[in-house]
Design a binder for this molecule. Structure first.
Ligand code: ADP
Ligand code: MN
Ligand code: MN
Ligand code: MN
Length: 334
């Protein structure tokens, strides 16, 4: 029997790309082949040269359709089989190839917000819920909205073989988080993009949409981030490289802020567990710093660091490529 392959790719929308997908019926026994799409409908090509190429890079069992069906994450190539300008995975591959001897690991905390009927899920019509404080890791129908979607999504990620490492309800009502990793700079992006697609797709069945907007509600409500936890072999063995990594991130903070997600200045205000985007800082256990050294890392004198700046809507390939180049480049000089 032929099987269904859901081809998933990242489009060319600016400033924040979006996921697209379409279904191919593949003959039994065959691998999902290279395919194509109309790039003029995804901001990836002009109408008179509209063809773009879908190159499968990461294939997993499809937990929604089941059976022999698969999810096929693709990179986008031009018709001459070169990485398309929107193909940010290529930079992650290059960074990994350059520094693979340092074995860089990433753990990404993907925060997101559910929307239903045009407002954050759980928000009353035309008003505000009780101020935040009790919702983080809460339980009970007065605090939690969308847990059924979260449970379905988590099970789907596990079934698809994605490295999901946990979930929690967040500080703002209707906001949640899942974590992916630790994995290398290319893999962490592959797993996160596929997990994002599964989240949107599963929420669709509940008439809910999941959004990565970094500041979904203005005012005294937490934004949504993609905290990026990072280590290398040297950092996992000693404290000096941990500090060197924090210092390296402070060398050129603007270069990082620029690719950490559109609208970052609305989220990194210095309030709501953030550091202002204009000032770089790091510290042990400090959730008001740009970069946090977890207490276990300080205590054990080895471990990992958390860059708290990336937005929920950041591109994990781009973030992982830049952090790998910045930190591994600095550690290489030591
Ligand atoms: P927080 O306390 O900031 O909410 P979480 O538990 O949500 O932290 O996420 C921590 C992330 O860090 C997880 O994805 C985990 O897999 C990842 N992680 C753990 N150890 C390492 C390491 N040595 N290098 C990189 N990432 C790591
Ligand atoms: Mn977390
Ligand atoms: Mn969080
Ligand atoms: Mn965190």
């Amino acid at each position: 029997m032929p099987y269904r392959a859901e081809y998933i790719w990242i489009d060319g929308q600016q400033p924040t790309a979006k996921l697209r997908s379409k279904t191919k019926i593949v003959p039994s026994g065959a691998e999902p082949p290279v395919w194509g799409f109309d790039g003029s409908s995804t901001e990836q090509a002009p109408g008179n040269r509209s063809d773009c190429v879908l190159n499968p890079v990461f294939v997993r069992p499809d937990p929604i359709r089941g059976g022999d069906d698969v999810l096929v994450l693709c990179e986008v190539l031009t018709p001459d089989m070169e990485p398309h300008p929107s193909n940010t995975r290529a930079a992650a591959v290059a960074a990994y190839e350059k520094y693979r001897d340092q074995d860089p690991w990433f753990g990404l905390e993907q925060e997101y917000t559910f929307f239903k009927d045009g407002r954050p899920h759980g928000w009353p019509v035309g008003g505000y819920p009780a101020p935040q404080g009790g919702y983080y890791c809460g339980v009970g129908a007065d605090e939690i909205w969308g847990r059924d979607v979260v449970e379905d999504h988590t099970a789907a990620c596990i079934e698809a073989g994605l490295e999901i490492s946990g979930t929690n309800a967040e500080v703002m009502i209707g906001q949640w988080e899942f974590q992916i990793g630790p994995l290398g700079p290319v893999e962490v992006g592959d797993h996160l993009w596929m997990a994002r697609w599964l989240l949107y797709r599963i929420a669709e069945d509940y008439d809910i949409s999941a959004h990565l907007n970094p500041k979904p509600v203005d005012g005294d409500w937490n934004g949504a981030g993609m905290h990026t936890n990072f280590s290398t072999t040297a950092m996992r063995e000693a404290y000096e490289p941990v500090i060197a990594a924090c210092e390296a991130l402070g060398e050129n903070p603007d270069e990082h802020i620029k690719v950490y997600g559109a609208g970052i200045e609305r989220r990194l205000t210095g309030l709501h567990e953030t550091a202002p985007w204009t000032e770089y800082s790091y510290g042990v256990s400090d959730r008001g710093a740009s970069v946090r050294i977890p207490w276990q890392t300080a205590k054990e004198g080895k471990g990992y660091i958390e860059d708290r700046r990336p937005n929920a809507n950041a591109d994990p390939y781009t973030v992982a490529a830049l952090i790998t180049n910045t930190i591994c480049g600095a550690l290489d000089e030591k």
